[in-house]
Design a protein around this ligand. Sequence first.
Ligand code: PEP
Ligand code: MG
Length: 603
Amino acid sequence: MTSASDRLLRGIGVSPGIAMGPTVRVRWALPEVPHRVVPRTQVEKEVRRLRAALKDVRRQFTELRARAADRAGLDEARIFDAQLLMLEDKDFIDGVIELIRENHLTAEKAFEFKTLEVRDLWSAAGNPLLKERLADLTGVAIRVIQHLMHSGEAEVWEMIAEPSIIVARELSPGLTVQLDREHVVGLISEEGTRTSHAAILAHSLGIPAIFGLRDAVARIRPGTRAILDGTRGTVLLDPTPEEVEEAGRNDTRRRELTARLEEAVTQPSVTLDGVHVALRGNVDLPDEITAAKVHGAEGVGLLRTEFLITGHSVLPSEDEQTHYFTRVGEAFSGHPVVIRTYDLGGDKFPAPFRGPVEPNPQLGWRAVRVCLDEPEMFRTQIRAVLRAAVSANLHMMIPLVTRLDEVERTREMMLEEAARLEKSGVAAAKSVPLGVMVETPAAAVMADRLAEISDFLSVGTNDLTQYTLVVDRGNARLADRFTPHDPSVLRLLKLVAEAARAAGKPASVCGEMASEPLSAFLLLGLGYETLSVAPPALPLIKWLIRQVTTAQARSAAEAALAARSADLALDILRFALAEAVDLTLLDPDARLPAGRRSGSLKL
Ligand code: PEP
Ligand code: MG
């Protein structure tokens, strides 16, 4: 028997839960289309065939959308809108017709050519959103081509004798929405990430799934039995009876935790000693508005605005932005929504805004620096915030601040734009609370002065960790070194919380660490009473807050601050949290460091 590590494959867990069963391989790819030309006299007949197929496939997608609405919800059903739009895309369809007319191709060959051309274009664009939409394009093309070739989509479940785990190179939303847990207990795909439409659907349908598992098709023989853990993103092949038993126990624990988390959603976010911790959601894409709401977010602590630019060929207009900010603001009825102004540059330079080629983009022209140097773009965004603030509780926050004058100049611009709007008779707020994102060591060290001139501070621990430890946040080789629990980062976090408190200004944390239970406990202990977290993590963090006291959190934070390394700080937090919470519920592998008692930990 090969060792467990040889049998363990890792991908991205996109839908939680444990699945066990045999694997079945599903081929979901463009069908082979024979190269055939038609006589000139038949060209128009091919065009008519194409139009008829498009009409039929549009009907199929409308039915799939209805099915998704029924099974997964209205928001998920909108996933199929993207595909319906592709079927109506005039440029695309005209391109296919041109290929038929000019090259006398069959409708299916012309559709295949055009699809491959657009796929190449999108793959080369380097734009993650376009890459995400590749699966939608393939899904549309498969159906249209199969329809034209009269080959019909293979019914997966017809090949499945017992509940199985599907393994595919890529999975479409159209296929996923038709799956049911009676036949399909888990999904593995080589392509795709958490934000792929098929992943979102798998999550809503409650089917555990792992995407982005490289070479899955080659590495997993059809029929191999496997244990899929969608929470951790692992697949264990040929499990032993003991491993099956252990997976069953973990599954029971997870279900228990899930039931408790569901209860937490409707309960208040208060600690055992009655302190209210405001839990807000981080919203990167419009899809997450609903996710944050249903998970009980008290507003949005970080509304990223880069998506308004990414994937578009021009900068968004003032009206478009006003509309989006109004939509988000109104969705959270009175709770604050913190709009972060464009954080372009570094790892985020979208198409309509070609940045310069820089030797060190993370230390270059980014975020507030770009905005202040491009005042028209910045002022347009500021005006949109002020206009939307008429009907919602909006705040504005600037990223990557390193100097006081960046905040002062932004405030000046805000007041000037408010005056301009008033003069032109446009309904707009006179100002909105202006916050500083503390995500550079410079800002953390100057937090007392920044707190004086701003209305709130919000710590971006992703960048603060990167810049404090000089560790590129996206470099997999340095992933072990990227830890916000490093004593240096902890000291900065403490400094910021104290500076805000002394100035009487609120401070929150909106970096990823707030979404993780041990860190949320630590942040509470450091004095942060507002956390903004990834929407799916909201119930877990609330459940945790409801089981601890601020005194427990404070003493754990104090001990962690005194630790000499990130690992020791984490051990201390684990020990302290274990007094309040059953840690094995959070992580079945959670083990307290052997032979250590919390009182005798060596710091
Ligand atoms: C951060 O840096 O912690 C943060 C929240 O911003 P982003 O991840 O968008 O850089
Ligand atoms: Mg950041």
